[in-house]
Ligand binder design. Structure first.
Ligand code: PSU
Ligand code: MN
Length: 306
């Protein structure tokens, strides 16, 4: 028998063994979502936010074929600087391990690894979803099916506004995934606090979210999957929906012209939008991930107290 190639950072191992709060973080956002060195600065800010709110951060990635639950500062820097790293989703995780490869884990793959490690709360920027034009391209992120099957609470700023948000909400409803807007009735749209769409559910703070998560654990025989928490970007960092729509439309038209497809779509659009906005969307992206990390830590702390 092959031993599963999983390695825990010592601080994460101790926290898990003692029932202390832990928040998982993904790494595709590091390898494919943001440019060097902003990606490393983002990770440091996000990990600090988790610690400042009483939890231990566990950044998940695959390095040389080993699933890493928590990264040292050196590992994080190596991953953030590396070029040619893979984008690893559910379909690729075991492949990367078998072949000894290095890559960032998407929301889907991070949920799998977090659940396997016994981590119930995970903070990210925005999940993948149903892409615009999916009726012809069939481009629907594996993140949605993962939310349906894996019991991890994912704290996001909603679905990235480059997606078809109404279709993404429909797909989540079909899969039985609760989508909870925090502190407002409207579904947030990543860079923007509003989307013009009602969120399916609303809760107003970390305690209420923890109560809901605990109830689903209580009803374990019902085999629930995950929960999507949609936390609006802080007001001082937001780019309003109407303004964002123009930048997104431009990036999408260019992507279509250049035939960008498959796994490349999300990273390409995100990078192009950073260029089009002269870096403003990157600042918004960093602010929202940090805010989600804070809320994730509060939820993990509330769960540990129950
Ligand atoms: N959110 C961000 N930046 C990112 C992503 C999310 O702020 O780079 C990544 C996540 O890892 C998510 C992935 O799981 O994009 C979705 O990619 P796709 O649409 O190809 O499934
Ligand atoms: Mn896709």
């Amino acid at each position: 028998m092959t031993k599963p190639p999983i390695r825990f950072d010592p601080a994460v191992r101790t926290a898990l063994d003692t029932g202390a709060p832990v928040v998982a973080l993904e790494s595709t956002i590091i390898t494919h979502g943001m440019p060097w060195p902003d990606n490393l600065a983002m990770l440091e800010r996000v990990e600090t936010a988790v610690r400042d709110h009483g939890a231990t951060p566990a950044t998940i990635a695959v390095i040389d074929g080993t699933i890493r639950i928590g990264l040292s500062a050196t590992d994080a820097e190596t991953l953030a600087k590396a070029s040619g790293t893979l984008k690893l989703s559910r379909a690729d995780l075991a492949f990367a391990c078998a072949e000894g490869l290095t890559g960032g884990t998407t929301v889907a793959a991070t949920m799998m690894a977090a659940h396997g490690a016994g981590i119930a709360v995970f903070a990210t920027g925005g999940i993948g979803g149903v892409h615009q034009g999916a009726e012809t391209s069939f481009d629907i992120s594996a993140d949605l099916d993962e939310l349906a099957r894996t019991p991890v609470t994912v704290v996001s700023a909603g679905a990235k506004a480059i997606l078809d948000i109404p279709k993404t909400l429909e797909a989540l409803e079909t899969r039985g995934v609760p989508v909870i807007a925090v502190g407002q009735d409207e579904m947030p749209a990543f860079w923007s606090r509003g989307s013009g769409l009602d969120a399916p559910l609303r809760l107003d703070d970390a305690d209420a979210i923890a109560r809901f998560v605990a109830m689903r654990t209580e009803l374990a025989d019902y085999r629930h999957g995950g929960i999507l928490v949609a936390n609006p970007v802080p007001a001082d960092a937001e780019i309003p929906h109407a303004e964002m729509a123009v930048f997104i439309a431009q990036a999408q038209a260019e992507a279509a012209e250049q035939g960008i497809s498959g796994k490349q779509v999300t990273p390409w659009l995100l990078a192009r939008i950073v260029e089009i906005t002269g870096g403003r969307s990157l600042l918004t992206n960093i602010a929202l991930v940090e805010s989600n990390a804070r809320l994730g830590a509060e939820i993990a702390v509330a769960l540990a107290r129950r």
